[in-house]
Design a protein around this ligand. Structure first.
Ligand code: GCV
Length: 736
């Protein structure tokens, strides 16, 4: 939800600092005598292996490299392997031939692999973008073989091998055949052409459209590299609340420059298409998708783009949603709009990614039901190159939501699951909330659409309905901040998203551990404590913001902090009171059969589970039910008591996180230690703010005393209601 705000003013000093650091390169021109500030290198530091026994084992396994790179992507793989392994082993990884002595790293795509190494594949086939890394015997010698069917696979395999060494995994007996489970693994940037970022909390956009195409900021390549290291293979670089200008000739040329940089890293560029572009930049008097002049305009536009960017991915479209233009402006359906664009892109191999995030101010139906009602009946009626992009839950990236009912409900339509990596609703860039925990919860939820085991992960990988085209999109949390993500731990969200897009079955625990090892090193105490802290962090945020299934209690527009009392916005569903429905009798949105019946949009197993008070998981209680204040929770507490105690639990978890962090001071780089300490202090203060503000407000309905065990509020309700944040970051500028 957003509202048109006044233009955010940013102090000149912040701009100056950001610009000073904005073009800081990770690789190109990095000066070894002048190390980069902490965080810029992300999880790609490839620091020397500190354990001397392990380091000598690695040195013995990797005595040289046999690789004759062909083309830009293989050159990158070669550079990564030689530099990365050289760094980690504190000695160069020198080129060799297979006839020279020693245990070697042998890396080549299958078509260039020496014949005697092919036999090590056996019957196994390496899929597109996949790779095999295997320790193979060559008489008394043992080589590490890295091979792939294509260049992208070789690059991904190189990053995997680097990760194995970086996280201190053994190479002996290694045998990993891996490939991405989904075809499309994508970032969505909500970046505007003026470099502001809608819901961005880490500075300005890294994409400087003003200086493109001539100025090729080294950061573009560092960005591509970071994505490629995770397997991300697509990016939409402009906001879904789109500006038609990006489709003009000058901007297509700028986009070409970006696409050229991304291409060797296996990344295809997408742009957001404003549906009214034929009018705004094409001189037409309509954007009606059934008007032949409009479809001809889009066909020509597609041709123009593909002449500049032959591997252009396609358009990402937000239409008839939150004020964006779309086919419904002309009485046409989403299907008609999407198919018209698909016909324009189809001849060039492009896709249309059509977002299902729609809800209408004219529609009195429960907002949680509207997307399903709109799209489910259209299944099978979209062109093959249309993907429907569906947010993880039916409302809007809340700290916890049940899964979107569209998952598994459109067997004939390719689907992309959309997550938000930027923390619009999870505390911006000051709160630590490890999002892969949220992503994992969604991915592992069973839709039951094709019987038990029909998880959302199987929607992502396409296996649920045999789809070749499917995947995952994440709204990026990246900006010009020197560490890319503002909060140092925001890097873990980018990392975890990318890894899950590659393999939606990975566990959040594994991802936390990988990231900590790659980022902070392999000190076992650090790894165990940080991993534990990260895995607790998301539930803490749920508890102190939106416990027991409450949702969208955020203050208006900027979504910074609590505003459960807001009831004066023009559209009912923009008001938090719409979502919690607190009154003297209780609290919660009745979406059971006696209420909006949103439960009926799920498969019967979930509909029954969610629809009854007795079986509804308590984490979704107030999402699906309006519950009396004195209702007994499974703990034996009344709902009112349980609510207060959940808020308190969230606060207490942050107290624990801060204490754990403080224990680690001597093991952490000072600048990160200080940075995260300050952010955790803010998080703690704000967790208390959420608890006090919400409980004070809800008490006006429950009329009950605060439960024992909950710290009493610091201020009266009016104090919290009066707080204002006119310059909170991330709001869309007025002119867009
Ligand atoms: C890009 C939410 C956000 C908007 C965002 C929208 C969307 O409503 O508040 O800023 O707009 O989602 O996903 O399109």
């Amino acid at each position: 939800m957003w509202q048109t705000p006044s233009l955010p003013a940013r102090p000149a000093i912040i701009l100056l600092v950001i610009l000073l650091f904005a073009d800081c390169p990770m690789r190109a021109g990095a000066d070894p005598g002048n190390p980069l500030p902490w965080g810029y290198e992300l999880w790609l530091k490839f620091a020397p292996v500190s354990d001397s026994v392990l380091a000598s084992q690695y040195r013995a396994s990797l005595e040289g490299i046999v690789m004759e790179p062909v083309g830009a992507t293989q050159e990158i793989a070669y550079r990564e392997l030689t530099e990365g392994i050289g760094n980690m082993l504190s000695r160069p990884l020198l080129p060799r031939t297979t006839t020279s002595g020693g245990n070697l790293l042998v890396a080549a795509t299958l078509d260039r692999l020496p014949t005697r190494f092919r036999e090590f594949l056996g019957e196994r086939k390496i899929p597109a973008e996949g790779f095999l890394i295997r320790e193979v015997a060559d008489g008394p010698r043992k080589h590490i073989l890295l091979t792939a069917a294509d260049d992208a696979g070789l690059l991904y395999g190189a990053y995997r091998l680097l990760r194995l060494v970086q996280t201190h995994r053994p190479l002996s007996g290694l045998d990993q055949l891996d490939a991405p489970k989904a075809r499309l693994r994508m970032l969505n940037h909500w970046d505007n052409l003026d470099r502001s970022i809608e819901r961005g909390y880490a500075g300005f956009s890294i994409f400087n459209w003003h200086t493109l195409p001539d100025f090729r900021d080294p950061r573009y390549e560092d960005y591509a590299r970071a994505n490629a290291s995770l397997g991300i293979n697509a990016t939409a670089v402009t906001n879904v609340n789109a500006n038609a200008l990006v489709l003009t000739e000058a901007y297509i040329d700028k986009a070409r420059a970006l696409a050229d940089i991304f291409r060797p890293y296996g990344i295809r560029l997408y742009l957001t298409a404003r549906f009214s572009a034929p009018m705004e930049i094409g001189g037409l008097d309509t954007a009606d998708p059934l008007d032949p002049r409009v479809s001809a305009w889009w066909r020509d536009k597609a041709g123009e783009i593909y002449r500049a960017i032959p591997d252009f991915g396609g358009f990402l479209v937000k239409a008839n949603s939150e004020g964006q233009p779309g086919p419904q402006n002309y009485g046409r359906s989403h299907r008609e709009g999407a198919n018209m664009l698909a016909d324009a892109l189809g001849p060039f191999g492009g896709n249309v990614i059509w977002r299902a995030f729609v809800y209408s101010e004219e529609d009195p139906e429960d907002r949680a039901k509207q997307a399903y009602s709109e799209f489910a009946p259209e299944d099978g009626k979209f062109r093959d190159n249309v993907l429907l992009q569906v947010k993880n839950g039916p409302i809007d990236f809340q700290p916890r939501e049940p899964i979107h009912p569209l998952f598994g409900a459109m067997p004939e339509t390719p689907l992309l699951v959309e997550f938000q990596i930027t923390k619009e609703y999870l505390g911006f860039a000051t709160h630590l909330a490890f999002l892969p925990k949220l992503f994992e919860e969604v991915l592992q939820t069973d839709t039951y659409r094709e019987g038990p085991g029909s998880t959302v992960a199987r929607v992502v990988d396409g296996s649920l309905h045999g789809k070749a085209l499917s995947g995952m999109a994440g709204v990026a949390n990246i900006g010009t901040d020197i560490n890319w993500t503002g909060h140092p731990f925001g890097q873990a969200d980018w990392y975890g998203f990318g890894r899950l897009a590659w393999d939606p079955y990975l566990s959040s625990g594994q991802l936390a551990e990988e990231w900590v090892r790659a980022t902070f090193g392999n000190d076992p105490v650090l790894v165990a404590s940080l991993k534990d802290m990260m895995l607790r962090s998301r539930e803490a945020v749920v508890n102190y913001m939106n416990p027991l299934g409450l949702h969208h209690l955020f203050d208006t527009g900027h979504h910074y902090g609590p505003g459960p009392w807001v009831d004066d916005l023009s559209r009912p569903e923009w008001n938090p009171v719409y979502y919690h429905q607190a009154d003297a009798s209780g609290i919660g949105f009745d979406r059971s059969a006696t209420g909006s019946n949103a439960v009926a949009q799920y498969a019967p197993e979930l509909a029954t589970r969610y629809g009854s008070l007795e079986t509804c998981p308590e984490e979704f209680l107030l999402w699906f039910h309006h519950v009396p204040w004195d209702y007994r929770l499974r703990s034996g507490h009344t709902l009112w008591e349980g609510l207060g105690l959940k808020y308190q639990e969230g606060v207490d978890t942050v107290v624990g996180m801060l204490a754990d962090w403080q224990e680690l001071e001597s093991r952490l780089p000072q600048e990160v230690y200080r940075d995260v300490s300050m952010r955790l202090q803010i998080q703690l203060r704000e967790a208390r703010w959420w608890k006090y503000a919400c409980m004070q407000y809800f008490r006006t309905f429950s009329g009950m005393d605060f439960p024992q065990g909950m710290e009493p509020p610091e201020h009266p309700l009016e104090y919290y209601k009066a707080l204002r944040f006119p310059f909170a970051p991330g709001i869309r500028p007025r002119w867009n």
